[in-house]
Design a binder for this molecule. Structure first.
Ligand code: 2DT
Length: 212
């Protein structure tokens, strides 16, 4: 008998500080992949439409309080777990997922906010693992020129510096660093070259082993 083989897609995560331009770049990357004939699904975390994401959204907008930073951390993680099945099936159907933030933001922000590193990493173990993580690095003065912070919680310079330190600690060989100080097009071209290096063809594992 003949077995039909379907090409798997890929799971591409963009991480970086606020105002590093990753949301814009996620869209540009998605358009570029589409222009090459791929099926692409844009995703972002927190996904503010999902039930736990609605709680996160209300908290970030200072509409509600949460009883503990641990509760907030778990809400961010639950928000991802709610999407885990969808991520797996989209990839197995050949879709490219371009995802603005993932568990690395979860871990980095929570550790930067003072939570225990070991505890923080547990909640995300077993989530679908990205094929590649692009880290958008931006200097704080360049970021400042791109406009001020909004009104949401977690938007403050002091926290951002700590987040960057934690994010760097999570960086391993699957990550690519993008110099996000460049212009919008410059950043896009850097990142495109990285995709063309063929990093996304490797074996795929669902477990975030590195985080255990
Ligand atoms: P956006 O500005 O990208 O919507 O993010 N955050 C995000 C966490 O603290 N933990 C997480 O797991 C995730 C995904 C980063 C809103 C803020 O939420 C932070 C900024």
């Amino acid at each position: 008998f003949q077995k039909t083989m379907m090409k798997r897609g890929a799971f591409i995560v963009l991480e970086g500080l606020d105002r590093s331009g990753k949301t814009t770049q996620a869209k540009k990357l998605a358009d570029w992949l589409k222009s090459r004939g791929e099926t692409v699904h844009l995703m972002r975390f927190p996904d503010r439409d999902e039930p736990f994401g609605k709680v996160i959204d209300a908290y970030l907008k200072k509409e509600i309080e949460l009883a503990s930073p641990q509760a907030l951390h778990l809400a961010f993680s639950l928000n991802r777990w709610q999407k885990a099945g969808e991520i797996r099936s989209l990839i197995s159907l050949g879709t490219y997922i371009v995802c603005d933030r993932y568990c690395y933001s979860g871990v980095a922000y929570s550790i930067a906010s003072g939570l225990d590193e070991k505890w923080v990493k547990c909640a995300d173990i077993g989530l679908p693992q990205p094929d590649i993580v692009l880290r958008f690095d931006v200097d704080t003065d360049v970021a400042a020129q791109r406009g001020g912070f909004g009104d949401e919680r977690l938007e403050c310079n002091e926290l951002q510096k700590k987040v960057l330190i934690e994010m760097k600690k999570l960086t391993d060989e699957r990550w690519k660093i993008v110099n996000a100080n460049d212009s919008m097009e410059g950043v896009h071209n850097q990142r495109r070259k990285q995709e063309e290096m063929g990093k996304m063809e490797g074996e795929y594992s669902y477990d975030i082993e590195k985080m255990s």
